[in-house]
Design a protein around this ligand. Structure first.
Ligand SMILES: CC(C)(COP(=O)(O)OP(=O)(O)OC[C@H]1O[C@@H](n2cnc3c(N)ncnc32)[C@H](O)[C@@H]1OP(=O)(O)O)[C@@H](O)C(=O)NCCC(=O)NCCS
Length: 206
């Protein structure tokens, strides 16, 4: 497996023509990148994000639908959460802070995880103050385009609880087709197992 030196942070604008297409499964490496989408800037996580992440992960809806496991979210847990997501060196995930391109404020989180052999899963949340303007859908769309074009992935899956209709809208808006219902497939924040919708996008979908 080749391990080229990690490149410096690079900025990739929407529809940039200058893209390096490669297959992650060949290189085992995912390089840090920044992506823009209208008024959104998706960028790697930084230590300074920890206080905002601590507040976000304490939001009841995020605690329910993006459970972190373990105990209450304190400063130390938030910092290690941010640092784990900032380290892409294993090549199995690409986790981004979704921020305002205007003032840099944290709006949410979007990540590709379980990147392997052309496949990945995508997950997301938005802070309560950012909801109602399709931040998640736009961030998912942008990261998915990057996954197909720059990482050379073929299939990205998205799962959400059937009981979380806002997340279903995010999936639909980002072009993730519904593929079926998984029965009692995941234990969410309240400790109960929920049915989930499986959605997915293929690089070849129109
Ligand atoms: C789900 C979530 C990511 C949506 O993100 P967002 O960018 O803020 O999305 P919006 O508020 O613009 O809502 C997205 C869509 O869901 C719809 N929606 C919002 N709340 C809804 C509800 N309770 N029932 C049905 N639809 C709802 C909105 O009307 C919008 O529809 P549209 O695209 O047709 O306009 C955000 O609400 C969130 O972080 N929730 C808590 C954690 C979570 O659910 N994470 C996802 C785990 S899979």
């Amino acid at each position: 497996m080749r391990h080229p030196p990690r490149a410096a942070l690079k900025e990739v604008a929407d529809n940039s023509a200058a893209r390096l297409v490669r297959d992650v499964s060949d290189s085992g490496l995912v390089e840090h990148v920044q992506l823009t989408a209208e008024d959104l800037l998706l960028r790697p996580w930084r230590d300074e994000d920890a206080p905002a992440v601590r507040e976000a992960l304490r939001d009841p809806a995020i605690a329910q639908w993006n459970p972190q496991g373990g105990g209450p979210i304190d400063d130390e847990i938030a910092l290690s959460w941010v640092r784990r997501r900032a380290d892409w060196s294993a090549g199995d995930h690409a986790s981004m802070a979704v921020t305002s391109a205007v003032d840099g404020g944290l709006l949410g989180s979007v990540s590709l995880h379980r990147i392997h052999d052309g496949d990945a899963s995508i997950g997301y949340w938005t802070v309560p103050a950012a909801r109602g303007r399709q931040v998640a859908g736009r961030a998912v769309l942008r990261l998915t385009d990057w996954a197909f074009v720059d990482l050379g992935l073929h299939r990205v899956e998205l799962c959400h609880a059937v009981a979380n209709p806002a997340s279903c809208r995010v999936a639909d808006r980002a072009g993730y087709r519904a593929e079926g219902t998984l029965r009692e497939s995941y234990r969410y924040g309240d400790g109960r197992r929920y049915d989930e919708h499986l959605h997915a996008r293929l690089a070849t979908d129109r």
